[in-house]
Design a protein around this ligand. Sequence first.
Ligand SMILES: *Cc1c(COP(=O)(O)O)cnc(C)c1O
Length: 404
Amino acid sequence: MAKINDNFLKLPGSYLFSAVAEKSAAFSAAHPDKELIKMSIGDVTLPLAPSVTKAMRAAVDEMGTAAGFHGYGPEQGYDFLREKIAEKDYIARGANISPDEIFVSDGAKSDCGNIGDIFSTDNTVAVCDPVYPVYVDTNAMAGRAGDFIGGKWSKLIYMPCVEENGFLPELPKERADIIYLCFPNNPIGVAMTKEQLKPWVDYARENNSVILYDSAYEAFITDENVPHSIYELDGAKEVAIEFRSFSKTAGFTGTRCAYTVVPHELKLGGTELNPLWNRRQCTKFNGVPYIVQRGAEAVYSDEGRRETREAIKYYLENAKIIREALTAAGFTVYGGVNAPYIWAKTPNGETSWDFFDRLLNDANVVTTPGSGFGPSGEGYVRFTSFNTRENTIKAMEKIKNMNL
Ligand SMILES: *Cc1c(COP(=O)(O)O)cnc(C)c1O
C-alpha cells in the first residue's frame, strides 16, 4: 500500500488566517450593514509603481515578437536582474555578494519552506516565538519538528520574544543547528541593530550552525543602526542564507518575485551549500517569468526607487497613526517603526482571541490574534499598516470609541 507523509497529519487543524477569515465572514453574514476594516493579513494595497508596469508592458510587447520572445529562462534568474540585485542591494551596502550567489524565485515564502530540502532531517531547528508560521509548519512537514503537544512542537527549540527581553530572542541554551531569524520582524514589528545581531553570527560560527535570515521587510528600516542585510556583519557569509522579496518592498505580492542568497563561503563539513541549492532549484523550479523579472529590475531604476519608497513611506505613516492612536487609547504597543506591523497588548489581560472578537464585534476591525503565531504571542494582537490611510484613520476612531 502506498503511504502518505504522515507528518502532515500532525499539523494542527486550522491555519491561522483561515480562522480569521471564517470569523470575519461569519460576522459580515450576520451584520451585512456593517463594514469591516481588515488590518489582519500582511498584504499590500497600493498599486504597482508606474515604472514597474511600464517595464512589464515593454516586456510583454517583446514577448510578442520573434526576436524578443523568451522561453524557459535560467532557473536562477536572468543575469540582468541578478547583477542589479548584487550591485544595489549588497555592494552598495558594503556586502560583497556576487550575482551567482543570488537565486531569483517566485517567493520568499516558498524559498523559506523549500530550503529545508538541502538540510538533513536530523538537524535541530530554533525559531522565535511568536514567529512567521511558514518556518514551523514546513519543518513539521519534513519531520524535523517532532510532535505537536500542548501547543508546541516537541523537537523545535522555541526562543521566546516577550516584553521582558524587548521582544528580541536570546541565544538558545541547547545546540541549534538551524536558526530562523526574521528582522525587521513579522509578527512583532521590531528590528535588531548590528550590535544585537552580531552575537548570532558569532554563535553560528562557533557552533557550525546556519542562520536562515528573512529580511522581507528590509525596505521598512528607518533606523541608521539597523542592518538591511545580515551580510553587513563580518563573517556572516560563512554562516547565513538570506531571503528577500519584492512583495513588501515593491508591492509584488500578486506579481511574485523574490530571491535567496547562498554565499560560496557557506560550507558544512567542507561542502558548499550554493551548488546544492542550485541543484535543488534546477530540478524543482523553472524560473520566474521574463516579464516579471523585467518589472523587478525596474524597481532599481532611479524612478522605480523613488516610487516604491513613496509607497513604503505611506505604509509607515499608517503605522505611526496606529501606534499613536492606540497609545492614546491606553494600549501598550510595540513595533511599527522599522516594520509595517504593530504588536498591541490586549487590555485587562484578555486572551488574543477574546480581544480579537471584541475588536471585530465592537469596532468592526479585523486583527490577527498573537497566539496564532506561537504560545508567547498570547495576550497580543497584530495590526498591519497595509490598509488605506482613510480606513486606518476610521479604524482608529472606532477603537477609540470602544469600551475598553
Ligand atoms: C510577506 C513575507 C514574506 C514574503 O513572501 P513572498 O512569498 O515573497 O510573498 C517572507 N517572509 C515573511 C516573514 C513575510 O511576512
